[in-house]
Design a protein around this ligand. Structure first.
Ligand code: PMP
Ligand code: GLN
Length: 383
């Protein structure tokens, strides 16, 4: 492993899922649904395969049907207009979108400001791009992890190239408010920064929390790369269909990087995701309602066990504090939990540069069937 990637051995998700398989524990570690997405969308994938659509290299930017569906989605939900031909790029999941964006936009030595805790691939991709990550720590305040806008402002220097934002936020479940996003946008405009915003959980928001795309704020459309993924919205994490929307020059830059990473993304699934994006609004309402009920179940169960619970406003993760249990090392806790309780969780410390700031926090995923969550709570209570 070269110096850039030293320290990025195995992702926590692979490690924890392997541990779940080895111990037979319930896997609330890696975030993936244990129920696949809509039957009609699966059928669309089968049809595409059978009819020979996408079985050979599809167009580099993505199949036209999917690019049109993505543009229509941004317009329908957010009133953001993107030209499907020049302002949309299909990627191999949000993961490739993140990698290609950073590889395309970051010069060696540039600073990239990211919210901490951050999704694990951010650090690795900033490193691969030769950038320096500058984490701004979200801090617990009145039951949620909040962004301190002064800290964000202070983190920006003359070397800052871009802000890497994630809302709804994994792992904390925080959804940045309109006012917070407006302040982020103002800062980006004032300091002339690019913004890469990971909005893969855009539709997974609860209790009236609102997801507002950063690209919708004044001065932001031309400087923002917005990332999303069918993995989260349609429960097909294995299909690896993601995308970006951005101004033509940014899309062209990210496409240049993508060309030499994967060249194109897998074909048949793109046609199926185009159909998914056209599902009626009731699909999204149903998904949110289902996840809200599961969040409530798991959050209540974890609170009864004695965890401090940060009730998430978005995503399908709940972050807990183990200090009320008399413990303070999330790593040790998560390593012991499968044997002790038959449950797998993820130590949030892996998402921090300031490891000590994340030490007592542990993340549980609730995108699982209700009986599975009930059994997990039973096991934790009995342990
Ligand atoms: N960003 C965030 C914040 C995520 O949680 C995930 C999924 N784990 C991804 C990106 C990656 O998405 P995909 O599976 O589409 O590559
Ligand atoms: N995004 C998912 C999570 O946070 C997992 C993705 C992965 O395994 N790389 O758990």
């Amino acid at each position: 492993l070269n110096r850039r990637l030293a320290g990025f051995g195995t992702t926590i998700f692979a490690e924890m899922s392997a541990l779940a398989v080895r111990t037979g524990a319930i896997n609330l570690g890696q975030g993936f649904p244990d129920t696949d997405g809509p039957e009609a969308v699966r059928e669309a994938a089968v049809r595409a395969l059978r009819d020979g659509r996408g079985n050979q290299y599809p167009p580099g930017p993505g199949v036209p049907e999917l690019r049109a569906a993505i543009a229509a989605h941004q317009e329908r939900h957010y009133g953001l207009e993107y030209d499907p031909d020049t302002e949309v790029l299909v990627t191999a999941g949000a993961t490739e979108a993140i990698a290609a964006s950073l590889l395309a936009l970051v010069e060696p030595g540039d600073e990239v400001v990211a919210l901490e805790p951050y999704y694990d691939s951010y650090a690795a991709c900033v490193a691969m791009a030769g950038g320096t990550r500058v984490p701004v720590t979200l801090r617990p305040h009145e039951g949620a992890f909040r962004l301190d806008l002064d800290e964000l402002r202070d983190a920006v220097t003359d070397r800052t190239r871009l802000l890497l934002i994630n809302t709804p936020h994994n792992p904390t479940g925080t959804v940045l408010t309109r006012a917070e996003l407006a302040a982020v946008a103002e800062l980006a405009v004032e300091r002339d920064l690019l913004v890469v915003t990971d909005e893969v959980y855009e539709h997974l928001v609860f209790d009236g929390a609102e997801h507002v795309p950063l690209a919708s704020f004044p001065g932001m459309r031309e400087r923002t790369v917005t990332i999303s993924s069918a993995g989260k919205t349609y429960s097909f994490t294995g299909w690896k269909v993601g995308w970006i929307t951005a101004a033509p020059a940014l899309v062209a830059a990210v496409r240049s990087a993508k060309q030499y990473l994967t060249y194109v993304s897998a074909g048949p699934f793109q046609y199926a995701v185009a159909e998914a994006l056209a599902l009626p609004e009731s699909y999204l309402t149903g998904l949110r309602e289902d996840l809200r009920a599961k969040r409530d179940l798991l959050a209540a169960g974890l609170a009864e066990v004695g965890f401090g619970v940060f009730r998430p406003a978005g995503t399908y993760f709940v972050t807990t504090d183990i200090r009320p249990l008399g413990l303070d090392d999330g790593f040790a806790f998560c390593r012991a939990l499968p044997e002790r309780a038959g449950v797998v969780a993820v130590p949030n410390a892996v998402f921090y540069d300031h490891r000590e700031a994340g030490a007592p926090f542990v993340r549980f995923a609730f995108c699982k069937r209700t009986p599975v969550l009930e059994e997990a709570v039973r096991r934790l209570k009995a342990a």
